[in-house]
Design a binder for this molecule. Structure first.
Ligand code: TZP
Ligand code: MG
Length: 211
């Protein structure tokens, strides 16, 4: 695992404008999650989002697409089971780039850890319409079980929860041993996305004794 710092909140968005609002609320870790885009259109949005992130000193993770992340000089890439295998992405992008992976089970999480991911997005916590073909819902009990197994096994890869997470879920979720949360709709659909972003960051920070 690389020593790159993983933040307590990853804000997931499809739009540079939303990334900017979240950054104005303190977000320093943005995932651009676009689906079914022609490469050049995807690249244009990614470059716009990268400019926002650079302005706010935030890190940009590109979902699904290591080639694009490498081409534009993004800070990282997030890979699921159907994307480029982690070792291939690592060879392409090098050690300085953040590579995140998606897991729904302890087994997948352990496999990802072996490949040297920098963090794992573990989910979904509950149903969400943000993602199609959702894996089985983990619920709080799923996180408790998986995170306590990691502790027993001495596996310390940072894990962030994902899927339908609201601010009210954060205290119990983070108490299972998570490093943070990855959130889209609770922030994007909030009446005040910047304030909601700040609330997420402060809530996780208070629980994990981050400064
Ligand atoms: N992977 C599992 S759930 C999810 C992804 C990308 C969507 C998270 O978005 P939301 O709106 O916070 O449920
Ligand atoms: Mg993917």
């Amino acid at each position: 695992m690389s020593s790159l710092k993983i933040s307590s909140l990853q804000y997931i968005t499809t739009r540079p404008e939303q990334a900017e609002i979240a950054c104005s609320g303190g977000a320093d870790w943005i995932q651009l999650r676009l689906k079914n885009q022609p490469y050049q259109a995807w690249k244009a949005v990614a470059l716009e989002t990268l400019a926002v992130c650079r302005q706010y000193n935030a890190r940009l993770i590109i979902n699904d697409n290591p080639e694009l992340a490498g081409e534009i000089g993004a800070d990282g890439v997030h890979l699921g089971a159907d994307d480029m295998p982690v070792p291939e992405a690592r060879a392409l992008l090098g050690d300085a780039v953040i590579i995140g992976g998606t897991a729904n089970t302890l087994e997948t999480l352990l496999d990802l850890d072996q490949t040297g991911v920098d963090y794992v997005g573990l989910g979904p916590f509950r149903f969400t319409s943000t993602k199609e073909k959702l894996s089985p819902i983990l619920g709080l009990a799923g996180y408790q079980k998986i995170l306590s197994s990691l502790l027993q096994l001495g596996v310390f890869v940072p894990v962030v929860a994902i899927g339908g997470i609201t601010i009210a879920d954060v205290p119990t979720l983070v108490s299972t041993g998570l490093s943070g949360v990855a959130v889209s709709s609770a922030i994007s659909q909030s009446t005040d996305p910047a304030a909601e972003t700040r609330l997420f960051i402060e809530t996780v920070a208070n629980l994990t004794n981050r400064t």
